[in-house]
Design a protein. Structure first.
Length: 646
């Protein structure tokens, strides 16, 4: 992986030292080489920090100039089929004299031969790039299909700026950046800032699958799609596979196996993240089946047993024969990460699983430079409980009068979430595995919160909101978003699939992939996601929903394929998720830290937050209620603000 930054300003010109300083703050993303290129007469400068994965020599250094001299490229990512693209160039007689075997050099050659759009469509991989055309004096920015790699951009004063992370833009623009109240409201609602917004006014995330064209004067229009997930969903609705169950599993094994094989190519040590869940276990199984040596696998465990999946990962590892490394995290180790979260994530971000993610990435980087993960299996194959729970639950409650539902909710929340969890832990040994539910108190309180839903769409919205009800802002500025407007959701013939599609457009790129990218890049680790191979995405959406969701079971087809490699007893259990006991920590070892951030004087510092509802929620949480998700958003914003002034 790498970090990139660019500046276009014909009026003020380019300061090479400023550009170098902006690139240097991305050194964690690319510790192996740092470079800049600029053209003072055109007012363009590009900076890059490189993490060497393919072509470890200087032949892969960036910024890289095409052999014709027309293009200059800064690029973050991997194009897994770049050797195939080289073969296509050779077949067409357009092959240059190669200087090395980096995919960056391949991209420049293919762009020179076929143009940027065709190159992107032929490329399988994850990437964000800035391409400057020295002949036309234009800059093109592009991002991969589902947003694995980040790219921010915007116009500040006379300067057009872009970068992998906001910290590089801050280094260039400094005090000119202002918090955007609309973005803050959405961050508190969902736990992340949805694309195309960023936390700063006038700075945007380039949407996945798009290109932005920037003119010589720094002006630009709207990003244009070069690939559309919505079109994949639309085309699949009347074009489903007519496979038998056996044929479907066979085809999945082939297409996912190809993606895994392609993503195992690296010139540096490689491994995999293994939680012991279905998705990561399947990726590791397919890796091990294609490797003569034991695959390196990594996991972490918690002392709090209800959050600890390490024993499951151990059993999967033993069965597959991987070389497994595990870190048992003490509360002290986990708590040490929290003060570093604003630096790691660089933008307010409030998915509490960012803590174990940061820890497992830190552990993994001590041994390998590249790791495969099982991310995106839930979104593509119906793995979240809401995908099968919402439709059936709505059918059960839609005829119950609202006042009766409110009474049920009050009865549920009369007992604290921690109390339900404590009862479950006590009775766990007496329950069969099918009756065991992780964190039942949290789930029951979440159930109570959604009983007031007015429709199945509203029920889904309530489940994905971290803060329900009016936001704790002095000025209510919440704008509409894709999640808040069902009329903008992709049209499907099945509501479970519609939720999966919305998750893929929102939660996946703006939460899951952000969480993993920032945690991994903070320690110079490259994470690859085989489930996001274009062929896997197309295959998943052409599968009939019955091959993904059966009754109260999601990821049916993934389970069938995994069973070919490991016994069902090793993975058939209730979904646990990858998280940390934030609620308990906030009442215990994190209480002083939280109290300081939630002090009324600190809440009022920026002039956005209303201290009264925040303090009321804090007191409610301390009394045993489940308010950790809403509070975590406030705390992460407050910690981020504090870090800006440090």
């Amino acid at each position: 992986m790498c970090g990139l930054v660019g500046l276009l300003d014909r009026s003020a010109g380019i300061d090479p030292l400023q550009l170098k300083r902006a690139a240097s703050v991305l050194r964690h993303r690319g510790p192996d080489q740092e470079g800049i290129w600029f053209d003072a007469s055109a007012g363009i400068g590009l900076g890059h920090c490189r993490l060497s994965i393919l072509e470890l020599s200087s032949a892969g250094d960036q910024p890289m100039i095409s052999q014709s001299g027309q293009y200059v490229l800064v690029y973050n990512g991997e194009v897994y089929n770049h050797l195939t693209l080289r073969e296509k160039l050779k077949e067409e007689g357009a092959e240059p004299k190669w200087m090395g075997h980096s995919d960056t050099e391949t991209l420049l050659a293919v762009i020179s031969a076929w143009g940027l759009v065709k190159t992107l469509r032929l490329s399988r991989g994850m990437f964000a790039l800035g391409l400057y055309n020295r002949e036309t004096k234009t800059l093109s920015l592009a991002r991969d299909r589902l947003g694995e790699k980040p790219l921010y951009y915007g116009k500040v004063g006379t300067s057009f700026v872009f970068a992998s992370e906001l910290r590089a833009i801050r280094r260039i623009c400094g005090a000119s950046l202002e918090v955007d109240g609309d973005s803050l409201s959405l961050m508190l609602r969902y736990g992340y800032v949805p694309s195309p917004r960023s936390i700063y006014r006038g700075i945007y995330k380039l949407p996945p699958g798009t290109i932005l064209q920037v003119k010589a004067d720094g002006s630009f229009g709207e990003p244009e799609e070069w690939w559309s997930f919505r079109r994949v969903v639309q085309n699949a609705q009347n074009n489903k596979f007519d496979f038998s169950e056996q044929e479907a599993v066979d085809q999945l094994e082939e297409v996912l196996g190809l993606a895994v094989r392609e993503q195992m190519v690296a010139d540096v040590p490689l491994g995999a993240l293994l939680s012991g869940g279905i998705d990561s276990s399947l990726i590791v199984a397919l890796m091990q089946a294609q490797s003569r040596q034991p695959i390196r696998t990594f996991t972490i465990g918690f002392q709090e047993k209800e959050y600890d999946e390490s024993s499951h990962a151990q059993r999967v590892s033993r069965h597959l024969g991987t070389h497994h490394t595990e870190l048992q995290v003490t509360p002290g180790q986990a708590l040490e990460v929290i003060p570093r979260l604003p630096e790691i994530y660089d933008e307010p971000f409030a998915d509490a699983s960012q803590i174990p993610t940061a820890l497992v990435c830190e552990l993994t980087r001590k041994h390998v430079t590249v790791a495969l993960s099982g991310d995106a299996g839930d979104e593509l194959f119906g793995g979240y409980n809401r995908h099968f729970w919402v439709p059936s639950f709505w059918e059960k409650i839609k005829y119950i009068p609202p006042f009766a539902r409110a009474g049920i909710a009050s009865a549920i929340t009369a007992f604290p979430a921690t109390g339900y969890n404590r009862i479950e832990r006590t009775a766990r040994s007496l329950l069969s595995s099918s009756l065991r539910v992780s964190h039942p108190g949290d789930k029951l309180h979440k159930l109570a919160a959604v009983l007031s839903a007015s429709s199945r769409e509203n029920l889904y919205q309530n489940l994905v909101n971290q803060w329900r009800g009016p936001l704790p802002l002095l000025s209510e500025t919440e704008p509409p978003s894709l999640l808040s407007d069902p009329s903008r959701w992709p049209a499907t013939t099945n509501f479970s699939e519609q939720m999966m599609a919305v998750d893929t457009l929102t939660y996946l790129p703006d939460d899951i992939l952000v969480k993993v990218d920032r945690a991994a890049m903070a320690v110079g680790l490259e994470i690859r996601v085989p489930f996001l191979d274009q062929r896997v995405i197309d295959f998943a959406w052409r599968l009939p929903v019955g091959l993904k969701i059966r009754g109260k079971t999601g990821k049916w087809i993934l389970r069938q394929l995994l069973h070919r490699y490991i016994p069902r007893a090793l993975f058939e259990r209730p979904k646990q998720g990858f998280s940390a006991p934030i609620g308990e920590w906030l009442r215990g070892p994190l209480r002083d830290w939280a109290e300081e951030l939630l002090a009324p004087s600190n809440l009022a510092t920026e002039g956005w937050l209303n201290p009264r509802p925040v303090r009321a929620l804090w007191e409610k949480h301390l009394s045993g209620a489940d308010a950790q998700h809403a509070l975590w958003g406030i705390l992460m914003y407050q910690a981020w603000v504090k870090a800006q002034y440090a």
